[in-house]
Write a new protein. Structure first.
Length: 129
């Protein structure tokens, strides 16, 4: 959707993004039945656990050594729209649902944490509204 950027998507997801976050991107894709909210940003390694813990996942996130999907994978609501690789195509990530169903407006919210170099990680959030 035009005019819906990072700040609005973070608000719609109910996520407090740390001040240290850089490379902030977000979008909302209008769907037939549900909208998909995409949010991504980079955090210093020391901030990642605190951010994830603040989302209070009901279950422990899963460490995935190998990509879950092949290169060229195109989900219905692609992060490629934001100039990023799809989290399902990345090796060495931590991923899982943060809430399903979520309190409030969201039907679900999933997170993927992908290392970006030695001391930073990209946070991918995909919510269904």
């Amino acid at each position: 959707m035009k005019g819906v950027g990072f700040a609005r998507v973070a608000e719609d997801l109910g996520v407090s993004v740390p001040r240290a976050a850089t490379e902030r991107v977000g979008a909302r894709q209008k769907g037939f039945q549900d909208d998909v909210l995409l949010l991504a940003f980079v955090l210093p390694a020391g901030e990642v656990d605190r951010f994830v813990d603040g989302l209070a996942p009901e279950n422990e996130l899963i460490r995935r050594e190998k990509a879950a999907a092949p290169a060229g994978y195109e989900p219905t609501a692609p992060f490629a729209h934001l100039g990023l690789a799809e989290p399902e195509t990345l090796d060495g990530v931590t991923t899982g649902p943060v809430c399903a169903p979520c309190a409030g407006q969201l039907d679900s919210l999933d997170i993927t944490v992908a290392p970006v170099g030695k001391d930073r990680s990209r946070i991918y959030l995909r919510g269904i509204d």
